[in-house]
Design a protein around this ligand. Structure first.
Ligand code: AQP
Length: 335
């Protein structure tokens, strides 16, 4: 029996951090044994905010290398670059023409990101979730791994698919398959090292706010040493007055592969002076094998090119027929 299919991606907006790893990639590594995974670099999404053309391609190849270094196996999973498949933009255009503007105006992520752009908000930023709907629906996945922040976008994807099916299909013969959300395990939302209420993010202007997967041990130790804490003694999860404490304990739990209860018991009497070196060492050791593999991969451009070329071919073999099906249903002239 065919494995259920999932699809996910990461924007090529900068270097990958612990949040991307613990919140996304590490789950995909596990899922690839039981699922047929389509994993891509979202470079079309990366240009919805101002970007540097000198780093876009390099960010793309670095993310591909990171996926593999973290354990994504190109022989099992399909790794590809979004912009290399015109099917994504083409389906997004068709979706643009059936999506009511009001649906997009309600998107929380748009409102949050638009504030940061001031007068320079692009149409692309508003259209971000429509492109995301195209990314997903082209591959007819059974489910889509989503964090809390992406739930609203997946709902929109489902609404767009249902609208297309309703307008151009029939009840017994839907055009697009409507995917289910795959809600991520709790505790995988990693927060900034400088503010425990803000998510760790590639685009945060402060490098101190995140640990990049390629940070060397000395940098990791320094960042953890400087991480924001509080004056209390004894460490605990789930105290809303202590978001940084919750976040750093959560990082330790995930990186040391322990249960929450075990970490709570181990750290309940610790002070920061004892805990921070422990977290730093655990982080350095957890990232060591990933970093070694990454360094080997990033200097082997021929191999990475080959993975991406094969990924493109495998992705297109699924995406093209879906797009053709939609174009035929919408009524385009077919040669
Ligand atoms: N802090 C985080 N904790 C847990 N998961 C996270 N992800 C990102 N940050 C965290 C997950 O990583 C995947 C890819 O995210 P993305 O790069 O496409 O977009 P994002 O969520 O907007 O990530 P960033 O780092 O904050 O990027 P910028 O700064 O460019 O917007 C997603 O599965 C996401 O949930």
């Amino acid at each position: 029996m065919a494995k259920p299919r999932i699809l996910s991606g990461i924007q090529t907006t900068g270097d990958m951090h612990l949040g991307n790893y613990l919140g996304a990639i590490r789950n995909w590594v596990e899922l690839q044994h039981s699922h047929d995974c389509f994993l891509f670099m979202a470079d079309l999404h990366a240009i919805t905010v101002p970007h540097d053309p000198k780093t876009l391609a390099e960010n793309t190849i670095k993310i591909a290398a990171t996926y593999i270094a973290c354990g994504i196996d190109p022989a099992q999973s399909t790794i590809f670059v979004q912009s290399q498949l015109p099917e994504h933009s083409e389906l997004a255009w068709i979706f643009n023409c059936i999506t009511p503007l009001g649906w997009l105006e309600r998107m929380i992520q748009f409102k949050e990101k638009a504030v940061k752009q001031g007068d320079n908000v692009s149409v692309g930023l508003m259209d971000y979730p429509v492109l995301q709907a195209a990314d997903i629906l082209l591959y007819e996945p059974d489910s889509v791994p989503v964090g809390e922040d992406q739930k609203q976008h997946l709902e929109l994807t489902r609404d767009i698919a249902a609208r297309l099916n309703f307008q151009f299909g029939s009840e017994d013969k839907p055009i697009l398959k409507i995917p289910e959300p795959m809600i991520r395990k709790a505790g995988a939302r990693i927060m900034s090292l400088t503010d425990g209420t803000k998510k760790m993010s590639k685009s945060d202007p402060s490098a101190q706010s995140r640990i990049d997967l390629t940070d060397d041990p000395q940098v990791i130790i320094k960042k953890i040493k400087r991480a924001k804490t509080d004056p209390e003694r004894g460490l605990e999860f789930d105290n809303p007055q202590r978001p940084e404490c919750h976040n750093l304990l959560g990082l330790y739990q995930l990186l040391s592969n322990q249960t929450k209860a075990a970490v709570a018991a181990e750290c309940k009497d610790m002070g920061w002076g004892q805990f921070k070196p422990l977290l730093a060492e655990t982080t350095v050791e957890a990232l060591r094998p990933i970093q070694a593999k990454y360094q080997a991969l990033i200097s082997d451009r021929t191999y990475l090119q080959q993975v991406l070329a094969e990924g493109k071919e495998k992705a297109q073999a699924v995406a093209r027929p879906t797009l053709d099906k939609v174009k035929a249903a919408v009524g385009f002239y077919v040669l």
